[in-house]
Design a protein around this ligand. Structure first.
Ligand SMILES: Cc1cc2nc3c(=O)[nH]c(=O)nc-3n(C[C@H](O)[C@H](O)[C@H](O)COP(=O)(O)OP(=O)(O)OC[C@H]3O[C@@H](n4cnc5c(N)ncnc54)[C@H](O)[C@@H]3O)c2cc1C
Length: 286
């Protein structure tokens, strides 16, 4: 199948990109790395009359440290996240997750902002944004607003973005003290979308858990925080007993649906297995 004919513009600023979008009267779409959008066009799942290319805008690029946060420009490519020392030092969870995103060819083009905007429930970065308490900076014709990752992922492929808005950057609180992170996923083949994945970001005071975030991917319509499991672990140390309690708590955190790939009961089981492995890894780092 071929995409429907469309016009293409590459504006020089976010402001101009939003104007071009608005001028198309609801029939435009932004493109960044094109790794999800272009296949959708080819399959005619989307058929806009105008593509507004924001993938090369300098305003959307770069990884930097800013007042206690790591700023990742929306057009930062997955491969740049993978190679960044700043990410490895200040958001190690993201560095751990990055090699699991697709294949090198896709990582060379796909962007961080594109992944968040698409909000595929099986994608790694949206769930990690949740685990890292990231804040998403969004430009709209009315100005700039910031939305916590917690409030950004609304439903299946649905985010807090309004038509014509652009993700500018993602701000991640830098890790401090004894921060430990672990990511893993279970997929049929390396590079496939995960059957279940999870990231854990924790801060310790000695052996005691001071801060705990657990976020799962591919277990529901959005990335999901395992709040009950987090609560089990707060103020305690990680050992066989607390790991089992946290695994049990997942029963109330996760409610996956059956699908044609895998029954819900299997996904629940795999989520337990994964959480056990990740918590075991955090304990071993200490
Ligand atoms: C074969 C294959 C395997 C893949 N495997 C994985 C995987 O295992 N894990 C994974 O996470 N991803 C995977 N992906 C998706 C890939 O990571 C994409 O890069 C990512 O989902 C979208 O990024 P992009 O920059 O290519 O966005 P695009 O395709 O350009 O855009 C996607 C959507 O986001 C919107 N958008 C993009 N940037 C912005 C912005 N700054 N502000 C507002 N809206 C924006 C676009 O309008 C569009 O609706 C895979 C893709 C393919 C083709």
């Amino acid at each position: 199948m071929k995409a429907r004919a469309f016009d293409y513009v590459r504006p020089q600023s976010v402001g101009d990109a939003m104007k071009a979008f608005a001028a198309a009267d609801g029939d435009a779409v932004f493109v960044a790395g094109g790794q999800s959008l272009v296949p959708a066009l080819a399959l005619r799942l989307q058929a806009p009359t105008l593509l507004v290319d924001i993938g090369r805008l300098e305003e959307l690029k770069g990884i930097s440290l800013e007042e206690g946060t790591l700023r990742i420009g929306a057009a930062t490519r997955h491969c740049e996240i993978l190679a960044s020392d700043l990410v490895r030092t200040h958001a190690p969870l993201l560095a751990e997750a990055a090699p699991h995103v697709a294949h090198p060819a896709i990582r060379n083009k796909g962007t961080f902002g594109g992944s968040l905007a698409l909000a595929d429930p099986a994608a790694e970065f949206p769930a990690m944004a949740l685990a890292l308490d990231a804040v998403i900076e969004i430009a709209s014709p009315e100005g700039v607003r910031r939305v916590a990752a917690e409030d950004f992922f609304v439903d299946l492929y649905e985010t807090a973005l309004q038509p014509g808005e652009v993700i500018v950057a993602v701000h991640i609180p830098t890790s401090s003290g004894d921060t430990r992170a672990a990511f893993d996923e279970l997929a049929r083949r390396r590079g496939d979308y995960a059957i279940v994945g999870a990231g854990v970001n924790a801060r310790f005071d000695g052996a005691t858990v001071e801060h705990m975030r657990i976020a799962f991917l591919a277990v529901g319509p959005t990335p999901i925080r395992a709040r009950s499991a987090e609560q089990v672990l707060l103020g305690r140390s990680i050992d066989v007993g607390t790991i089992c309690e946290a695994q049990d708590a997942l029963e109330s955190d996760l409610d996956p649906a059956d699908d044609d790939q895998i029954p819900a009961s299997m996904r629940r089981h795999l989520a337990r297995v994964l959480l056990g492995r990740l918590l075991g890894r955090l304990e071993a780092i200490g």
